[in-house]
Design a protein around this ligand. Sequence first.
Ligand code: ZN
Length: 185
Amino acid sequence: MRVSEITFDESGKVRLTVEIPETEAFVTTHAPHMPRILFKMFPYLAAQRCFNDQGNSFRREAMATEIPHLFEHLLLEVQKQVRRGIYAPAAISGETEWNWSIDPRGRFHVTVGYDNEIVALASIRLAERIINSLDSKDITLIDVDREVRRLRELAKASRRFIPPPRGGGEVDGDTEADYVDTVSA
Ligand SMILES: [Zn+2]
C-alpha cells in the first residue's frame, strides 16, 4: 500500500490518494493477521465507531474490509493519541471511498481531519509504515509508544507556529463516501 498523494485543504481535511498494487491484497479477508496485529498494538482501535453499510462494529468490520479503510482508522487512532490534551477535544473524522469506473483499480481516496500539517504528515507516514510492516518481522521493530511520544513532542513544539485549520474538528454531513468515521479525542 502506498500513499501517493497528500493534499491539505483549507477546511481542515487532508486528502490522500492510496494505491494498492494488483499483487497485494485489497481486503483484510485475505489478510486477517493485519487487523489482528493492529488491535493488539492499538487496544482502543477496535472500539472506534465505524459507519459501514452492514452496521457492523469496527472490530467485526475490520476482518472483512478494504485495507485503506483499516489505514484510515489507524490514522484516526494515531492522531487521537497524539492530540490528546494538546489540541481541542473536538472529534476528527475520516472517510474512505473509491470508484474504479473512473480511477484505476486499486486506487482509494482517504480523507481525514487534522490539527497541524506537520503532525498529520508524520502520522500519515507512521500509519503507512505500520500497515506495510504487518506482513513482515519489521512490525516488531516499531515501538508504538515511542513513536506516539515523539509525535506528541512534535505537536507541542510546532503548535505555536502552525495554527490549527478552521473547522478541523467538525464532522461534515457528507455521506457520499463508502465509509464515514469519527473518533472523539
Ligand atoms: Zn470505518
